[in-house]
Design a protein around this ligand. Structure first.
Ligand code: C5P
Length: 221
């Protein structure tokens, strides 16, 4: 049983992975399952928060008592997060947002033509939502949390990213050969803009979620 330490708070969580369409049937996407974001939404609700879950292409049932806003692309995710953040006490960006999207969308299915080379796919940059909400907070005192996956120099790269994004907390996962990939569990270090470093031992995604909410609750006072 969790303490209702987020009662009266509105928190926004983004989860899943964006899909950037090329034509009506194809997209550029990523392998994010959305499990960590859903665990964050469930645990925040269990701690008494009103939760808005901006879910990008996650094929999981809506968590009980959570307001789910389904989105597809990074641009849609940005709009939903900015709208929900306006009255939020905390925003946690757990979604894997595509850094780039195809510069053009074909309204009809792209066809292969005999004897012709495939056309290259031109990309344009997506907005960095985490940096945007960190730089221009919707409310004063709002706590903003980002996620980062790093393969090497985890702490140094994490610190640099925390500074670049301007968020309050950054959850850094080590990914790569030595770490179990595609696991149900997670292992991370949560870096704070105040210089703090909170290691989270290998375990269920709920445990990491609770550590994040502990750190958020402390900052909300
Ligand atoms: O820069 P990088 O993609 O490693 O940063 C990861 C963090 O930034 C995640 O919290 C992710 O949700 C967020 N992000 C974002 N907008 C982007 C790219 C990443 O908000 N375009």
């Amino acid at each position: 049983v969790r303490e209702p330490d987020l009662a009266g708070r509105h928190v926004v969580v983004s989860a899943g992975g964006t899909r950037e369409p090329l034509d009506p049937v194809r997209f550029l996407g990523n392998r994010s399952s959305g499990k960590q974001g859903y665990a964050l939404a469930r645990t925040a609700a269990a701690r008494g928060a009103r939760v808005t879950l901006v879910a990008a292409n996650a094929s999981m049932p809506d968590p009980a008592g959570v307001d789910v806003v389904p989105v597809g692309t990074a641009v849609e995710l940005r709009e939903a997060v900015l709208r929900a953040a306006a009255d939020a006490d905390a925003v946690v960006m757990a979604a894997a947002v595509a850094d780039f999207r195809p510069s053009a969308y074909a309204t009809g299915k792209i066809k292969k033509k005999d004897g012709e080379e495939p056309a290259p796919i031109a990309l344009v940059r997506n907005p960095d939502i985490l940096a945007e909400i960190s730089g221009a907070r919707a409310r004063s005192g709002q706590v903003v949390v980002g996620f980062a996956a790093e393969t090497d120099d985890v702490l140094a790269n994490g610190r640099a990213k925390l500074k670049r994004k301007g968020c309050d907390l950054l959850v850094v996962n080590e990914v790569g050969e030595r770490k179990t990939f595609g696991s149900e569990e997670n292992e991370a270090v949560v870096l704070g803009a105040d210089g703090s470093e909170t290691p989270v031992a290998h375990g269920p995604k709920e445990a990491l979620a609770d550590t994040v909410w502990d750190l958020v609750a402390r900052r909300l006072g």
